[in-house]
Design a protein around this ligand. Sequence first.
Ligand SMILES: [Zn+2]
Length: 552
Amino acid sequence: MRLFRLSYIRVLFLLMIGLWICNSGNAHPATLSRDSLIDVLHYQFWISLKDSSAEIQAEARIRFIVRKPIQACPLDFDIASTTDATGMHVDEVRYQQETLSYTTSPAQIELHFPRLLSPGDTAEVTIRYHGRPADGLIIGKNMFGEHTYFGDNWPARAHDWLPVHDHPSDKATVDFFVEAPCHDQVIANGRLMERTNLRNGYMLTHWRESVPIPTKVMVIGVAPFAVQYLQPVNSVPIESWVYPENKSQGFLDFSVAPAIVKYFDSLLGPFPYEKLANVQSTTRYGGMENASCIFYDERLISGKQQITLTLAHEIGHQWFGDCVTETDWPHIWLSEAFATFMSEAFAEHAFGKDSLLHILAHDRKLILHYDSLHQTPVINYHARNPEQLLNPDSYQKGAYVLQMLKNMIGDSLFWKGMRTYVQHYRNQNASTEDFIHIMEQVSHRSLEVFFRQWLYRAVNPVLSWYWKYDTIQKTLMLHITQLQPGEAFELPVEIQAWDQKGDSHLFSIHLHQKQQDFTMPCKFLPRRVSLDPTGKILMEQFEQTPADKHKQ
Ligand SMILES: [Zn+2]
């Protein structure tokens, strides 16, 4: 998802929110890892929405395969207590045409089967329920006062309105059958299968997602919409769903989507889903990458095409996060950093190299400032909940690491690696180690040091350096010290030296020790010397100016 562009103040605000969530008695469980008893294959949800009511009537059919011998199986589900105004009430559970017994706790329903189920068995259960969702399905009024319903499941809020295995490692196909008032339209994941006027003021809409997706991006959106059908890209329909009140602005803002999909198709391989809808919504995030129906904060629509890079980020997620999903939350950079990187790739493609350099300069400051306050690595196993991982390490630093990897192995091998990774883990889950392994195979080199220092260390390089010129030997000498705590970083660094006329010469050096001296032949006395002039390396640097800089 996208949290608008992170400012320092917003970072601090997010951390406060993170702490609040940690400390709140109503916090969602920090399911940072899960030992699965089952693997859900398919969900079929029937959702009935009554006009102007906050209550839903629903039925869920869940087909799953058994992973470990079980007689009881828990599913995540927000169960209402007798005193709660919100939460779900279970009406009936059925299995093989029989009523099935179950027990409930505040965040789970446990199904009790009449016999032991063995690994490899498949089973289907039906749960009929009703209630007012406390979260997950946001029911309320949009900015124009219209009654709307929008799923907003990240990270594990699907179980506030759907009985599910609410973890990114369990991907499943899904059908949504939604009965909603005729004046609304319904968007959801996948392909539109049916729209029938029920002649009682309600419309039945059926969407089917035939590609397995995680529950965090499994949603419906119900509102009065204006819908525009754009030019398909490689036969994939592309649609804009916006509120009728700001139709022209919304259609204009979303009209860039085909160009983004076309560019990403060329880099990564085919778009993973049956269609792409960009949807104006009441999501709490700037953008939320729901598979094949991305939701954007309603207030972002301006008609000035100011959200093009937000679109690029969310569309990038369709490959990274949705199609190839992180195995667990500590690997969230495989989702957020990759989407951030794809938006940077589109910025360079559409607006030029300077646009990318501008973004990277901004991000470098943001990351270094954040990391000066928080000593956490990109792969952070100690976060107490997924929300804590929504920080510049997971977004901007991870994307910077991908930029450095691309610089190191070259564009051609880098994109070959990205395509291979998507192809290999298409519609499955992947870990950071899986990505590293693919990149090593494609580039035929060990990347162990590179990824260890950038993803698993909490510090960034800090360089102190000075240069001298030997007029007799005609050599440029550099002395570089790595000041950061711990071992030295291995860094390929460019040195640029300018002569008196303003022409420059580029040198390449390789840092691997805490203190190093370099001597390079240089025919002119430099007017100026710059270390890493285009900011390719994520680091802080200080140029010293010793009195003996010019040895005569
Ligand atoms: Zn994102």
